[in-house]
Design a protein around this ligand. Structure first.
Ligand code: ADP
Length: 384
């Protein structure tokens, strides 16, 4: 175990976005050498990793070549060439989480079948090959309105999801292999990040509540959740059951809905660091990044106890600005106690592009929310 840290051990991380960057920073605390595979030489992780490797994570040869350069592989994105990971695994490369679990999670249809086969509560669903099949099924009444259509592959941040209320809205269906599921009457969207190491030790991070904006990006994360203890417990049990059923080593973000009757449903999962764990850097004893490293290096998992309540807001590119980035309000916001600003280092801003995030720590959620409101007003991502 010890040879993994302060040594020549090389950890390969597939993709170097903000999640990759924050993982690199955590690894650097243990003097672990980090290699990043990304197409963009200016990606957020490029400035702090040990070695940047240019290549597309969807390209079989690029992933194989990258595998040959490192001792262990993990990823910060689901959209990775699975055949390459499976080949590397067959050749004995250590890859965590396991590519076989990733293959299921990459495909929302297989994900839903996995829930069904493992008694995980998730909205009832049907699989379709294309848009035409969904139209036939809805006209025949086999599926009833309102429903949610999700493309099986490649969706993110709400892209690849269509909510259909009536026959008139069938024109909004997306083309491609997809699943259709019941529209849940959502009371609150929550997330639990759960970690499991190779010995099978499991720990959940505190439940967070998520609020989304009009672009379907997380607007606000609130931790801890103020939902009833019974619901929180159920969410933790579901997350624990999921990571055990996958036999997964690493971390798993489990996004869930709590419906109007307080029933908890799994929406989707991601086997990697997640947006809904940004606040863990400051507000929990162990961050999600350190926990991922502990899990895949088979160290004991760290404490997930909350240090302080927090609210996290994303710093998104302002709608009317595109070009070289300019931040406004940094000095004012840094003057507010408990405000922790993270800038990802993206050079170009675009409307709603995730440029950074801010975690606001306070003695109570109410106080953190108040300060978050001020930060939101003052801190703006514009361009020159
Ligand atoms: P993505 O992978 O793009 O984030 P999600 O599956 O999380 O897509 O869906 C995006 C959003 O759509 C969710 O956060 C939720 O607000 C809404 N949504 C998804 N599925 C349902 C559902 N079955 N019922 C109600 N709302 C849903």
């Amino acid at each position: 175990m010890e040879q993994l840290v302060t040594s020549d051990f090389k950890l390969g991380i597939i993709a170097g976005g903000q999640l990759g960057k924050m993982l690199v920073l955590a690894a650097s605390n243990w003097d672990v050498k980090t290699f990043i595979l990304d197409t963009d030489g200016h990606c957020p992780a490029s400035t702090c990793c040990t070695q940047f490797v240019k290549g597309n994570q969807l390209d079989y040869n690029a992933v194989i070549r990258f595998g040959g350069m490192v001792d262990m592989i993990t990823f910060e994105i689901e959209n990775v060439n699975i055949e390459a990971l499976q080949k590397l695994k067959a050749e004995g490369k250590k890859i965590f989480p396991d590519p076989d679990a990733l293959a299921i999670i990459q495909d929302k249809g297989l994900q839903k079948e996995f829930y069904q086969n493992n008694n995980i509560p998730s909205p009832q669903f049907f699989l379709f090959k294309n848009k035409a099949e969904i139209i036939v099924a809805s006209e025949a009444g086999t599926i009833t309105f309102p429903f949610v259509q999700k493309l099986r592959k490649g969706g993110y941040d709400g892209k690849g999801v269509a909510i259909i209320h009536s026959l008139n809205e069938l024109k909004n269906l997306l083309e491609g292999a997809s699943l259709v599921e019941k529209l849940v009457e959502i009371q609150t969207e929550i997330s639990v990040i759960v970690a499991r190491n190779r010995k099978g030790e499991i720990k959940c991070f505190p439940v967070v509540e998520m609020e989304f904006n009009e672009a379907n990006l997380v607007e606000k994360l609130i931790c801890p959740s103020v939902l009833e203890e019974k619901i929180l417990q159920q969410a933790n049990e579901i997350a624990t059951q999921l990571i055990s059923s996958f036999n997964l080593c690493g971390i798993l973000a489990v996004e869930m809905f709590v419906d109007k009757n307080n029933v908890v449903w799994v929406n989707e999962i991601a086997p990697r660091p997640h947006n809904s764990g940004h606040h863990t850097i400051e507000s929990v004893i162990t961050s999600q990044y350190e926990q991922l490293l502990r899990a895949i290096f088979n160290f004991p998992l760290g404490s997930t106890q909350l240090k302080m309540p927090s609210v996290m807001i994303n710093l998104l590119g302002e709608p009317n600005y595109e070009g070289p980035v300019k931040y406004e309000g940094l000095t004012d916001c840094l003057g507010i106690e408990g405000v922790k600003i993270h800038l990802y280092g993206k050079k170009i801003t675009k409307p709603y592009r995730k440029m950074g995030h801010v975690t606001i720590l306070a003695n109570s959620i109410e106080e953190a929310k108040k300060k978050a409101g001020i930060v939101k007003q003052k801190l703006k991502v514009k361009s020159w």
